[in-house]
Ligand binder design. Structure first.
Ligand code: XMP
Length: 318
C-alpha cells in the first residue's frame, strides 16, 4: 500500500525531527491504535521510548503473552517494554463489587494508579504518546462518549505524568488506515485485526462479582467461541464475544446433577457502534461452540445466545 508506506516513512521522519534525543512514554494496551503508535515511535527513536503495558488480569485468553511476544525483548522492535502484572491488585479491589459502573470506575482508577507508579520510576519524560485516531478527535469534540457510561480509555492519560508534550501520530487516520499502517510496520495480523475490546476488559463481561475463577471461565469460553467463528469463516461481524451471566441453573452430567453458570454468546453487526443488530450466526457454529464450551469449560452447563439489538441493549454485556 503506497499511501501507507509513505505515511509511515514521513511520520517516522517527522517524529525523529521533533523528538530528537528526547524521551517518550507510551501506555500500551495491546489494541491496534496504541500498538501502531508505539511501533512508529520505536522506529523513530528506538530505546528512547518506554512502553508500559498494564496487565490487569482482565484480558482475553493469552492476550498478555501475545502483547509481550510482539513488544517484549523477544519481539522485533527496539524499545523499552515494561509489563506490569497487576491482576492481584485489580481482583482485590473488585472483591464484592457487583455494580457495573462501579466496576468500571475501580478498574479505570486502578489502571491510572499502576501506570502512575511506573511513570514515577521512569521519571520525567519529554513526550507522552497517545494512540488517538481521527474518530476519537471528532467524538471528544461532540462529547459523545461521556453520555452513556464512563468510557475508560487507555487514551486519555492526564497530568500526573511529568511530560512536556503529547504526541499523537495517528490523529488524522481512520481505523482502516491505522490497520494498514500496522501491516506496513510488520505487526502480526492478530493485533492488526483485533476486535474492539473495552478498557475495563472482561471485568465488564462478567455479570456480578469478578473473581479469578469467573475470569478463567469467560476467557476459556470466549477463546473457544472466537476459534469456532474463525474456523467457520463468518464475516461481517462488528464484534463478538462470550460473557458470563451471573445465573446458575440445574443440569445433568453422567449420573449427577450440576448447578453451574450460563455463558451468553453475543455477536453484532454494526456500522458505527452506536446502534447494532444481533447477527444471525449459522446454527452449526452456535451448536459446535456450545458443545465445546459445556464439555471443555468447567463450571458451565448452559450456553445462551443474545438476540438483542442496540438499543435497547448495549453491545457489551455488563
Ligand atoms: P456499548 O456496550 O456501549 O459499546 O454498546 C459500544 C462500543 O464501545 C466499546 N466500549 C469501550 N471501549 N473503553 C473502550 O475503549 C470502554 O470503557 C468501553 N466500553 C464499551 C464496546 O466494546 C463497543 O465496541
Amino acid at each position: 500500500d503506497w499511501k501507507m508506506d509513505s505515511f509511515v516513512k514521513t511520520t517516522i521522519e517527522e517524529l525523529k525531527a521533533k523528538i530528537g534525543k528526547g524521551k517518550a512514554l507510551c501506555a500500551l494496551s495491546g489494541g491496534v491504535d496504541s500498538s501502531v503508535a508505539a511501533v512508529l515511535l520505536s522506529k523513530a527513536i528506538g530505546k528512547q521510548l518506554t512502553c508500559v503495558f498494564v496487565d490487569h488480569g482482565l484480558l482475553r485468553k493469552d492476550e498478555g503473552d501475545q502483547v509481550e511476544a510482539v513488544f517484549g525483548p523477544e519481539g522485533p522492535y527496539d524499545l523499552n517494554f515494561i509489563r506490569v502484572n497487576a491482576k492481584d491488585r485489580f481482583y482485590e479491589k473488585l472483591k464484592g463489587v457487583t455494580e457495573p459502573e462501579k466496576k468500571r470506575k475501580i478498574i479505570g482508577e486502578e489502571f491510572i494508579r499502576v501506570f502512575e507508579e511506573e511513570a514515577k520510576k521512569i521519571g520525567a519524560v519529554d513526550y507522552l504518546v497517545q494512540g488517538t485516531i481521527y474518530p476519537d478527535v471528532i467524538e471528544s469534540g461532540l462529547g459523545k462518549s461521556a453520555v452513556i457510561k464512563s468510557h475508560h480509555n487507555v487514551g486519555g492519560l492526564p497530568d500526573f505524568v511529568d511530560f512536556k508534550e503529547i504526541v499523537e501520530p495517528l490523529r488524522l487516520l481512520f481505523k482502516d488506515e491505522v490497520r494498514a499502517a500496522g501491516r506496513e510496520l510488520g505487526l502480526p495480523e492478530y493485533l492488526v485485526n483485533r476486535q474492539p475490546f473495552p478498557g475495563p476488559g472482561l471485568g465488564i463481561r462478567i455479570i456480578g462479582e469478578v473473581t479469578a475463577e469467573k475470569v478463567k471461565i469467560v476467557q476459556e469460553a470466549d477463546a473457544i467461541y472466537r476459534e469456532e467463528v474463525a474456523k467457520a469463516g463468518v464475516e461481517g461481524l462488528g464484534q463478538y464475544f462470550a460473557a458470563l451471566t451471573n445465573m446458575r441453573s440445574v443440569g445433568v452430567m453422567g449420573d449427577g446433577r450440576t448447578y453451574d453458570y450460563a455463558i451468553a454468546l453475543r455477536a453484532v453487526m454494526t456500522s458505527d457502534f452506536m446502534t447494532a443488530e444481533s447477527a444471525q450466526l449459522p446454527w452449526e457454529v452456535l451448536q459446535k461452540t456450545t458443545s465445546r464450551i459445556v464439555n471443555e469449560v468447567k463450571g458451565v452447563n448452559r450456553v445462551l445466545y443474545d438476540c438483542t439489538g442496540k438499543p435497547p441493549a448495549t453491545i457489551e454485556f455488563e
